[in-house]
Design a protein around this ligand. Structure first.
Ligand SMILES: [Mg+2]
Length: 210
């Protein structure tokens, strides 16, 4: 089931019309909070390496962790640095169904990931290891270094749709005529006009079966 945030799915204010199915070559993916269960890794690193035991994913009600978690800002920054530099070392895991759905999509075209991470190589290596059945050359990863650069990059790439967990990014994409799809997370549960998916299996309904 697709979950449509807002009042009525038939009146969704969605930018470009939504064809069914969307082609693999038309859609791009954020990585953290969409493909990767980055916050689970954050909580685990906080516990194992910093002795912080009270964190739960449901407490993460803001994209900006220092706003919603009672822990020192420099500790938040140190954990984020670990996640950025060493996704294998922190045992970053995919969200359920991400690997399977992306592998199926890759059979029909090139996969494009656009992340706001400042460094590309560590997460690119992680993605290529995760998607081990996909030829490495069929996986493109672009690291913009900031959320606000995503819309321009997507337009240059000619992508019409993008899945992200950051609401402000979704709004910016919408403003640029790109179809934003929100991947549901505790930190993005405001009412929005964007299509919202709650799990990777829901994406099958949008992109079609293979
Ligand atoms: Mg994200």
């Amino acid at each position: 089931m697709l979950h449509i945030s807002g009042d009525r799915a038939c009146n969704i204010n969605y930018g470009p019309s939504l064809p069914a199915p969307i082609l693999t070559s038309e859609i791009g993916f954020d990585i953290d909070g969409v493909v990767a269960d980055t916050m689970e890794a954050f909580i685990r690193v906080a516990r194992e390496e910093f002795g912080i035991n009270h964190l739960k994913k449901e407490q993460m009600t803001s994209y900006w962790l220092e706003e919603c978690l009672s822990m020192p800002t420099d500790t938040v920054a140190a954990i984020i640095e670990r996640l950025l530099i060493d996704p294998f070392g922190v045992r970053l895991e995919p969200l359920p169904g991400a690997k399977e759905t992306l592998t199926r999509l890759a059979a029909r075209g090139r996969l494009t990931f656009v992340t706001a991470r400042p460094v590309r190589k560590p997460i690119e290596a992680w993605l290529k290891a995760l998607l081990s059945e996909v030829p490495p050359g069929a996986i493109e990863v672009i690291a913009t270094g900031c959320q606000s650069a995503k819309a321009g990059v997507l337009k240059e790439l000619g992508l019409r749709y993008f899945i992200d967990d950051h609401l402000e990014t979704c709004q910016e994409l919408y403003n640029e005529g790109i179809g934003a799809i929100v991947f549901d997370q505790p930190w993005n549960r405001k009412s929005t006009p964007f299509l919202r998916i709650k799990a990777w299996k829901d994406l099958q309904a949008i992109v079609g079966q293979t």
